[in-house]
Design a protein. Structure first.
Ligand code: LFR
Length: 488
């Protein structure tokens, strides 16, 4: 049909953007109308999100989208697991806390006294990460008595925009409070773990209407009373929608941003004990699909490294250090990039150097060597994860698709092809925004019956780059990392 102009609000942990997209038959065009930094704000002993800033920037972006031409809908996606609590009057109770805050330290171990890790996995299918919503809620259990509702970030913003509460399924599936097979909240499990089930709002499918922009907000911002559509509100779910896989190919994907989400799309959850031991998650996707994946620490380690250097007054450009890294010797030192010590903000170069020293490897001396160690270690983690996913599901992988901001890191893309020993197709960069737009467009009547149709449109309109494997002794490096300590 005639292209629809839609606003996609895509909130990442390090930056947010609002994209005005046109979606129609043969058309999928992006216009980035607003971009802003995001990140943790440490106040007192807590690492928070600037949630009011995110709300303000969301509205600024929607205004910018509308200034460029008529808009038919708004969709919001963001990182997962984090939430705000509302009281009985619908007011925000406290400022949402960042998942990298240390308040969840030790909580998972306490939960296993009331619900075993095995049962948790059987029901929710979710990997053990210290910051799962379940553990965050339990870290503030004394405050829950005053709370009526828990809203995940996109649902909280959607509530402020429309006045309606709900929980979109793809994001709800990351909370460890959701029954991945029944596709409902895991109410009895929640109760046994100590979470009042009233906190869990009605579920919505991606594509359902959240509501309409409240008249007061529309008037205040000079906006029409637009529909707000529930998209696949977990950014990773939206990104996977836009993976330009050819029909029938056996593909793995890497959604490459602050995190690297590495895995497969499955028709059913994979809940075996082997999958649990390998810490693979089963998150709900569009049209009943499952994202069977692991969180790899991602570009976070690189961006924290750059932040550390610039805080010391060293002028560093990403492209420059990547060029230096490309010249540095390959696989000279590798670390387990998923080790818990890389999770919290801080001096990553020092942590990398310490691990290299402690594991008897040469310590990176130059910036290029440090960055090379990080990208080699990331590629190695991709290899390990892709091969493990293939093993666990019995489905071989012929091609790895990389989507998201990491597509711009050409060194990492090439090393991924080398490490995984299969071709890599890299692109599109703005996959999460594209997936957001595609699901919105379908909800508003465009002819995109299934994921295959959405991906065909991405293939027809977006450019990708191909990388072929060129070798390297990844097996030896993998064995070195396997001998190191526990991972997140
Ligand atoms: C990626 C992501 C991951 C999730 C992490 C924390 O942006 O959404 O999928 O595990 O952020 O929420």
């Amino acid at each position: 049909g005639r292209p629809l102009r839609l606003a996609a609000v895509d909130l990442g942990a390090t930056s947010g953007r609002v994209i005005a997209g046109s979606v129609g038959s043969g058309t999928l065009a992006l216009d980035e109308v607003h971009r802003f930094p995001n990140g943790g704000v440490r106040a007192g002993d807590t690492l928070y999100w600037d949630v009011l800033g995110l709300y303000r920037e969301t509205l600024a972006g929607v205004r910018a989208a509308c200034a460029g031409g008529p808009v038919s809908g708004i969709g919001i996606d963001s990182w997962a697991v984090d939430y705000g609590l509302l009281d009985r009057a619908g007011r925000l109770l406290g400022n949402p806390v960042h998942y990298r805050d240390f308040r969840t330290d030790g909580v998972a171990a306490r939960v296993s006294e009331s619900v075993s890790a095995r049962e948790l996995y059987q029901v929710t299918g979710v990997q053990q990460l210290p910051f799962n919503t379940l553990y965050q809620l339990l870290s503030e259990v004394d405050r829950l008595a005053a709370a009526e509702t828990m809203l995940l970030m996109p649902d909280l913003l959607g509530y402020w925009l429309t006045g309606n509460v709900g929980a979109e399924q793809t994001n709800a599936s990351t909370t460890q409070l959701y029954d991945v097979r029944a596709r409902t909240w895991a109410t009895s499990l929640a109760e046994r773990a100590g979470i009042p089930p009233r906190l869990l709002p009605p579920l919505r499918d991606p594509g359902e209407r959240v509501g309409t922009l409240r008249p007061g907000i529309a008037a205040e911002h000079g906006l029409p009373e637009l529909p707000v559509v529930a998209v696949a509100s977990h950014d990773t779910a939206s990104a996977v929608v836009a993976v330009p896989a050819e029909p029938g190919t056996r593909f793995a994907y890497i959604s490459s941003g602050t995190w690297s989400l590495v895995g497969l799309e499955l028709p059913e959850p994979e809940l075996s004990e082997d999958a649990r031991a390998a810490n693979f998650t089963n998150e709900g996707g569009v049209d009943g699909t499952i994202r069977f994946l692991r969180n790899v620490m991602g570009l976070w380690v690189l961006s924290e490294t750059l932040r550390t250097w610039s805080a010391r007054g060293e002028a560093v450009e990403l492209d420059q250090v990547l060029a230096e890294a490309a010249e540095a010797p390959a696989l000279a030192a590798v670390v387990d990039i998923d080790a818990p010590e890389f999770l919290a903000p801080g001096d990553m170069p020092a942590r990398i150097a310490r691990v290299c020293r402690d594991t008897g490897q040469p310590t990176p001396r130059t910036r290029g060597e440090t960055v090379r160690c990080i990208v080699d270690s990331l590629a190695l983690a991709y290899r390990r994860t892709v091969r493990c996913a293939a093993r666990l599901t019995g489905s071989p992988v012929d091609v790895v698709h990389i989507v998201g901001g990491g597509v711009r890191n050409r060194l990492l893309c090439q090393l991924t092809a080398d490490a995984c020993e299969v071709p890599v197709i890299a692109g599109p960069v703005e996959a999460a925004a594209l997936g957001n737009l595609l699901v919105q467009a379908r909800a508003l009547g465009q002819d995109l019956p299934d994921l295959a149709a959405m991906r065909a449109l991405v293939r027809a309109t977006q450019t990708v780059e191909r990388y072929l494997p060129t070798g390297g002794d990844w097996a030896t490096a993998e064995a070195r990392v396997d001998a190191m300590g526990p991972r997140v």
